[in-house]
Write a protein that binds this ligand. Structure first.
Ligand SMILES: Nc1ncnc2c1ncn2[C@@H]1O[C@H](COP(=O)(O)OP(=O)(O)OP(=O)(O)O)[C@@H](O)[C@H]1O
Ligand SMILES: [Mg+2]
Length: 407
């Protein structure tokens, strides 16, 4: 699992770390740097999936550019950025890091390494000798001093990804590299867009990031798993709309059964067959549905990122959403990072979630800084004067951060 991610000169960040728990809530005013931090996770997903470093930032025909593209990926007045991720695999901690130099239409690796922390053992590391060269010498340890393997690898694609097709002598390294790659490429950034979810969707194995193919993903499951998952979705969705939902399900459609549609039976009085399809469902209902579907169909031990998680959801439903994320996250071993502006969601989280709330803010020089809410010295005093939701809407947390100058 991914435990933390450190950003240096990445977008609005000077140097800051995001700690990742089973459920991490990131809050902060507009432009504080929440999305900038989460963009780093998308970047890691892309490079671990084999996309070029430049394409991962600036996009290509099949991939949207990160917000701001190549021009805004390094902190203003800088030409390089550094990302370091701490990950756990089979009881050991690993630190993977990458430093990238950016120049107009180029983004090249200047340093990349993977360290097994418990043994302080560098599984691989690079040594750039000449900035002008497009390749970088990389050393893979074999566990025997002076007997490592040297490769000259491309600076345009992550070394981690290239490592998987090298003939490495050390079996452990092959296994660790593939585990780290699957953790990073398993990061899923969900941005459900209701208007994309109303159409018929082709059958599919993987959910798309806009949630547009939920019907296709559910309908493609084998019958037992399909009915289990649709039953669970119904349980969580019941309390979202004005009137209790009786059942949510999908059906294959079309002459060749290659598409699917989502249906919902609502429980209005004196109407024994009030069935609607996705075209008639409300925006908030569809967004919620996409989130539950992702929680139920993503791979175990993956990381799900959802921005503005409660967008379009009535404040009285915040606790349903939060409980669902906690319960399914624990059950399916999926870590979740969410951002929110909603005081109702923070109130629903309550004081027991304080250790898992991170606040993004900008210091006086404009650098984004991530601070654990519980590290604010004044927090006990602030909490005694109001609940967390009210503290955020009154701006008292931001004032305390600036006062305490937390870095
Ligand atoms: N390369 C960069 N160097 C310095 N600052 C940057 C850079 N790229 C973006 N920013 C700053 O980051 C801000 C946007 O941050 P971000 O999108 O993360 O905000 P947010 O916390 O997600 O806000 P919202 O709640 O509105 O979505 C911009 O106002 C800009 O000043
Ligand atoms: Mg944002």
């Amino acid at each position: 699992m991914i435990k933390s991610i450190k950003l240096i000169n990445w977008k609005s960040y000077g140097e800051s770390t995001l700690y990742i728990d089973p459920l991490t809530i990131v809050i902060g005013t507009n432009s504080s740097g929440k999305s900038n931090a989460l963009d780093a996770l998308l970047f890691l997903k892309r490079i671990a999936g084999g996309a070029g470093i430049f394409q991962s930032i600036n996009g290509d025909v099949s991939m949207k550019a990160l917000r701001g593209g190549i021009d805004w990926v390094c902190r203003k007045y800088n030409t390089s950025f550094y990302i370091e991720v701490l990950m756990e695999f089979e009881g050991n901690d690993y630190e993977y890091s990458i430093k990238v130099e950016v120049e107009k239409a180029k983004a090249l690796i200047v340093d990349e390494k993977l360290i097994q922390l418990s043994r302080n053992n560098r599984l691989f590391y690079t040594t750039l000798r000449d900035q002008k060269l497009l390749n970088i010498p990389t050393y893979f340890s074999t566990g025997k001093q002076g007997k490592g393997q040297n490769f000259d690898l491309s600076r345009s694609i992550s070394i981690l990804y290239q490592a998987k097709s090298l003939s490495l002598k050390k079996k452990d390294t092959i296994e660790i590299v593939s585990a780290i790659l699957s953790q990073l490429s398993g990061i899923f950034v969900l941005d459900p867009i209701p208007s994309h979810m109303r159409d018929y969707a082709p059958l599919a194995e993987e959910l798309l990031s806009d949630g547009s193919n939920i019907a296709g993903v559910l309908a493609a499951l084998d019958d037992t798993r399909k009915s289990d998952i649709e039953e669970t979705i119904t349980q969580y969705l019941k309390k979202i709309p004005e009137k209790d939902v009786e059942y949510i399900w999908t059906e294959k459609i079309g002459k060749f059964n290659t598409d699917a549609m989502l249906y919902c039976k609502e429980g209005w009085k004196n109407e024994n067959e009030h069935i609607i399809d996705a075209r008639g469902m409300s925006d908030g209902t569809l967004r919620f549905l996409a989130i539950v579907t992702a929680m139920l169909t993503n791979e175990p031990f993956s990381l799900l990122v959802i921005e503005e998680v409660d967008n379009g959801l009535h404040p009285s439903r915040a606790n349903v959403l939060l409980n669902m994320l906690k319960e399914l996250g624990e059950k399916r071993k999926i870590d979740v990072i969410i951002t929110t502006h909603n005081p109702a969601l923070l109130d629903a989280a309550g004081v027991s979630m304080i250790p898992f709330i991170t606040v993004a803010h900008r210091d006086e020089e404009g650098q984004s800084i991530l601070t654990l809410l519980e590290d604010i010295e004044d927090l006990p005093k602030l909490i005694s004067s109001g609940n967390i939701g009210e503290l955020t809407s009154s701006g008292k947390i931001e004032s305390a951060l600036l006062r305490e100058g937390l870095k």
